[in-house]
Design a protein around this ligand. Structure first.
Ligand SMILES: Cc1ncc(COP(=O)(O)O)c(C=O)c1O
Length: 417
């Protein structure tokens, strides 16, 4: 490695450094103006300061003071800006998964003795994380029914209210406006898991209150948490999460914990999601249209005692879905409850016989997914609005709806025969 290398005038290295030195130095810098359709991918742990002034005058809360990979790069901030825009927020933080964004909210805001309220149909790892905070740090966990908001009894210790719209697996649509008003009246912070709505079905910072004129009062959650793993990624291949806010003080509180915990996301992943975000609204529409096409077929099948989707008039909270999701939109998820006489082996056979629906967690990608659940094992409060029996959740992909219907029909026919 004794060979010397020659440098052109455009870089600042001495002209006779060793090859190994040359290969270890950043050589070509981006010109001041280069405009491309996609944001360039910055991969950075170290960010090189221009000079000691830049080093000493940086501030952790300034987006544009690039100082270290965990703080962010233009690639990560580009995605954060896109998500804030979709959600109608002012600020957005990124985390390596939806669950880590949820955990960041919990760990940044909750202290010993604080009460946190969650709906019974919450994304279950959020519940499990709060149980661990309860056991280790004395946070007090309370569970409310998403269909009976009188089950919430705030106390002077109440700090945080989690909301999920529509709820995981069983898709109840809560009275979002009342939940927000109830929390605000007691000075309780609200965190919405907005993965289902994705910022497209309704705006979490401008929520329609069916009882009032829109101009009278702007209802907004304090935080909107989004598993970007689902629709923003859209590929079933990248994990990421976000926390959007409109309040700077709250954003900085979360950002401080984000920095302290060393939470960081990959530039490559951000660039991939940024690229997918441009067609996210079109995909969301298509997932929804496919789901609407499947519903009458599912309702026609005698094997199911109940089909769960907010667009169905008898569904728990249908009226709130109608009021809040004014374009009649929703995620591509529909669940069914098999008649109680069907045993778990039959449900498993059904899942195994499907060809286009694959057994797997998550949603938001092109490929349809299926998962089965024992309702009794996942719910803690009574659920009089749900029939007894095994629940199967279909996450509808971008395949043609007719093919998906045929696939479910063949699996049901095989299992009935
Ligand atoms: C409603 C909801 N919130 C959050 C998450 C967590 O997202 P991630 O898989 O990115 O951790 C999921 C994942 O399935 C989810 O369904």
């Amino acid at each position: 490695m004794s060979k010397h290398t020659k440098f052109t005038e455009s870089n600042a290295l001495p002209s006779t450094v060793h090859l190994q030195t040359a290969l270890s130095q950043p050589i070509r810098q981006a010109p001041q103006y280069i405009h491309t359709v996609q944001t360039p991918i910055y991969r950075a742990s170290t960010i090189i300061f221009k000079d000691t002034n830049a080093l000493n005058n940086r501030h952790w809360s300034d987006d544009y003071d690039y100082s270290y990979g965990t703080h962010g790069t233009p690639t990560t901030y580009n995605l954060a800006d896109q998500i804030a825009h979709i959600e109608g927020a002012k600020y957005c933080l990124l985390a390596p998964s939806g669950l880590s964004a949820i955990n960041l909210v919990n760990s940044a805001l909750l202290n010993t003795g604080d009460e946190v309220w969650i709906p019974d149909n919450i994304y279950s790892p959020n519940h499990d994380h709060l149980v661990s905070l309860q056991q280790k740090y004395g946070v007090v966990l309370k569970i409310y029914s998403p269909t009976d908001l009188d089950s919430i009894q705030f106390s002077s210790q109440s700090k945080l209210l989690w909301i999920e719209v529509a709820g995981s697996i069983t898709l109840e649509f809560p009275d979002l406006a009342t939940l927000i008003k109830k929390a605000k009246a007691q000075g309780v912070m609200t965190a919405l898991d907005n993965t289902w709505g994705a910022g497209l079905a309704f705006s979490p910072f401008d929520i329609y209150d069916a009882n009032k004129s829109r101009d009278n009062e702007k209802l907004a959650v304090d935080m909107s948490v989004h598993a970007l793993t689902k629709y923003p990624s859209g590929g079933g291949d990248i994990l990421m999460g976000s926390i959007c806010t409109i309040d700077k003080k709250l954003h900085l509180e979360l950002l401080r914990m984000h920095a302290l915990q060393g939470i960081a996301v990959s530039g490559d992943d951000c660039a991939q999601i940024s690229r997918s975000v441009s067609h996210m609204a079109l995909r969301y529409q298509q997932h929804h249209q496919n789901t609407l096409k499947l519903i009458p077929f599912l309702q026609s099948r005698a094997e199911f005692s109940q089909v769960l989707h907010p667009s169905i008039a008898s569904h728990a909270g249908h009226q709130y879905w109608k009021a809040i999701c004014q374009d009649g939109l929703g995620a591509g998820i529909v669940s069914v409850i098999f008649r109680a006489e069907y045993q778990v082996e039959q449900i498993q056979q059904f899942c195994n016989t499907l060809r286009l629906f694959h057994l797997g967690f998550s949603w938001g990608g092109p490929t349809s997914l299926v998962m089965y659940y024992d309702l009794k094992a996942i719910r803690k409060l009574p659920t009089p609005h749900l029939q007894d029996g095994w629940l199967v959740r279909f996450c509808i992909g971008l395949e043609h709806a007719d093919d998906l219907i045929k696939d479910i029909a063949q699996a049901l026919d095989a299992f009935s025969s």
